[in-house]
Design a protein around this ligand. Structure first.
Ligand code: URA
Length: 240
């Protein structure tokens, strides 16, 4: 692969920027300055930009802590999107959010360029678990929890058809005013509508785990990082 293509596929430099970086001697291949931007690079060669190794991967997997008020979309004419929170060079990688969180929901959003994996982990038959922390307006009773866990019928609205939710697990806090809910599907406004079905109301919602990968507590709202190799392996297992 050509060096400039490698750098742009790695999300580090555009082809034009690569040519300028070569001229300034910022790029080393195997410890020696790259001679030209269109030089061929071979697998296994160590390529650095300003001394930092540049690793090219076929697909990118990013964990983002979505803040409130940001939409899970690739672009939106009137709203800030999760893609807007990434640096410019990463926006060239055709990343998209794997599934959606509502504008006011916070927490783990996976951003990836891997369409096949995304499709697989979102397919209901794979039962990939998503864990949410929630707060509700009124304390949940044992009966409410049983109803939620067994599945509730969500009535049709302008966005979605009538739907009976799959069995799920609910772990309430001691006061019943919050807790964790573990879902294996992701219908539009699902948790909000589930709570409405038991005459309650969500007051805060955050996704704390996706496909068995917990949200990194070191990430503040709006921050992101690449998945580690171990997390990537967990994600790929989830997509099998
Ligand atoms: N359920 C909801 O109601 N909203 C979300 O963002 C995710 C799940």
């Amino acid at each position: 692969m050509r060096l400039d293509k490698y750098m742009s596929a790695a999300g580090v430099l555009s082809r034009k920027e690569c040519a300028a970086a070569v001229k300034r001697g910022r790029i080393l291949i195997g410890g020696l300055p790259a001679a030209k931007a269109d030089i061929q690079v071979q697998p296994g060669q160590v390529i650095t930009l300003d001394g930092i190794p540049v690793v090219y991967r076929e697909f990118t997997y990013i964990m983002m802590h979505k803040p409130q008020g940001v939409v899970s979309a690739t672009d939106d004419p009137g709203e800030r999107t999760v893609l807007d929170l990434l640096p410019e060079q990463l926006r060239r990688l055709n990343l998209f959010p794997c599934g959606r969180l509502d504008k006011n929901t916070t927490g783990f959003v996976l951003l990836t360029s891997d369409g096949v994996l995304s499709h697989r982990v979102l397919a209901p038959k794979r039962h990939a678990e998503k864990v949410y922390r929630f707060k509700v307006k009124f304390p949940l009773s044992d009966q409410d929890i049983e109803t939620l866990e067994n599945g509730v019928v969500l009535s049709a609205d302008s966005y979605a058809e009538e739907w009976k939710t799959a069995p799920c697990r609910v772990y309430p806090d001691a006061d019943g005013l919050g807790g964790e809910i573990v879902l294996t599907e992701g219908k539009y406004h699902q948790i909000k509508r589930m709570m409405e079905a038991v005459h309650n109301q969500i007051t805060a919602l955050a996704r704390v785990s996706f496909c068995g990968i917990p949200l990194d507590p070191a990430l503040k709202p709006g921050e992101w990082r690449y998945l580690t190799d171990e997390e990537e392996a967990v994600l790929k297992k989830c997509a099998e």
